[in-house]
Structures are given as structure tokens and as C-alpha cells.
Ligand binder design. Sequence first.
Ligand code: ADP
Length: 261
Amino acid sequence: MVTIATDTVKFSYGSAPVLYDVTFRLETGTILALVGPNGSGKTTLIRCIDRILHPEGSILINEQNIHTMSRNDIATTIGYVPQNGTKITAATVFDVVMMGRTPHMSWRLGEGDINRIEYAIRLLNIEGLVDREYNELSGGQQQKVLIARAIAQDPKLLLLDEPTNSLDIHHQLEALATISDISRSTGMTVVMAVHDLSIAARYADMLMMLKNGTIVAIGKPEELITPERIREVYGVEARILHDPEAGLIVAPLRAVAGVAL
Ligand code: ADP
């Protein structure tokens, strides 16, 4: 399983800088939630780690720079669940989940591949959808299929970009509990962009709060989430509650005028 270490990662789209000096280290099996307002750089950071974008600075996986890894090493190491709305050319749900096995397969599906595809389909409870066309599903159903594809891939590092934003609360909890169980049992490291701070606090070991492309804070959810920080980062007055089962809950009260986002 893998560690990630980044050193002064900077990225610009053209001349507009979007990430400044992003430096952090994650140990094997850690679940990190990236949080922060819209446009703070969460998606961009995920796309840099997946090698879709080429930032300055370095990103190391198990101490190896990702730009020196082969395509196949990257494909067997990193799973990526993009934001909802990602288009896929005509394919059934089974075919989409099967795509997750491509980096592991020789020229045909082996028994191990089929077992892993069936396991992912079962975990996400999408048995009833396997023969449907992916493009005809609802946004939430598509999101579950893309998570199943990533689980079929059996990555050592899973990147998820707002994996639950089209899911109702039942499916949010189910999907995040599944990802968290896999991480606990296999040591898979997870980096996910999440909007809901209560959900992030519940499922992540560590939070990274980004604002305008800079890390404002990184640490354990209960240390990092304070009313002062939520006001500074989101421009929102909030109360932090603690429930014995649900854990830390962020109750937003009102938007504060005059805080620059
Ligand atoms: P987040 O995921 O936190 O909402 P993003 O990483 O998507 O933030 O965006 C960070 C900034 O980069 C925003 O200002 C956004 O407008 C800009 N941006 C994102 N994608 C592109 C792109 N393809 N071209 C130019 N600017 C972009």
C-alpha cells in the first residue's frame, strides 16, 4: 500500500495560478478529505495527483515521483472517481465496472477479474443495474457505478472528486462506509473532495482545508473544525455539535457579510 508526499506543488491554468505551495504527507491507509469553498483548488489537486495535470513541485507515491512511474504502474496504483456528469461512450453498467480491471488484465478477463467485478457490484448494491446503459442512469446511479469501477480496479490510492454529491443520504452513507471499510481492511489510502463538513469529519482521518489554492490547515477533523476557522474559510457562522453516534456535526447558522472568499 502507499504513502503520498507532495512538495511545493504549484499549478496554473494558463497564467492564472490555482495551487500555491501545496505540501503534505499522508501515511498508508489514511483517509484524507479535501474541504474548502468552491474554486479553492480541490479538483485541481486531485487531477495533479492522478497525473492528468502537470504541476510544478513534486508528488511522490511510495517515495517515487509520479512522473517517473510507467502508465501501467499509475493505472494499477491510482483509482480515480471523477465528478458526477462525466460522459462515457455507450456502455452497459457491467462494461463500465469491467473497465476498472483493464490495467490488471491480459487479453481476456480471468476468474479473479470476474470475482472482483462481482464484488464491486455487490458492495455498491447495483446488481439490478448491470444490463442498463450507463448513460441512461440517474446522476446518483452513475456515481455509484463509477465508485464500483474504482473498487473493481483494486487501487492502492483512491481519489474521489465529490463522490456523494448526487447521492441521497442513504446512498451517501452506504458509499462512504464502503470506501472506509475497504481502506480499513486493505490499507488503501484515500483522498476525496467533500463538500459536507459533517460527512468529511465522520469518514476522514484527516482534513485538509484549502482556500484560494493554499492549505489553510491540515489535521484531525475534531482539531481542525472550529467556528473561527469556518468563519475564516467559508464566511459562515456555524455551531459545532457533538452527537455520540454521528460524531461532529457542523450546523451552519448564517453567511457573514464582508468575508472575502
Ligand atoms: P474546487 O474543486 O475547489 O471547486 P477547482 O480546482 O475546480 O476548485 O478550481 C480552482 C480554480 O481553477 C477556480 O478558480 C476555477 O475557476 C479554475 N479552473 C478550474 N478548471 C479550470 C480550467 N480547465 N481552465 C481554467 N481555469 C480553471
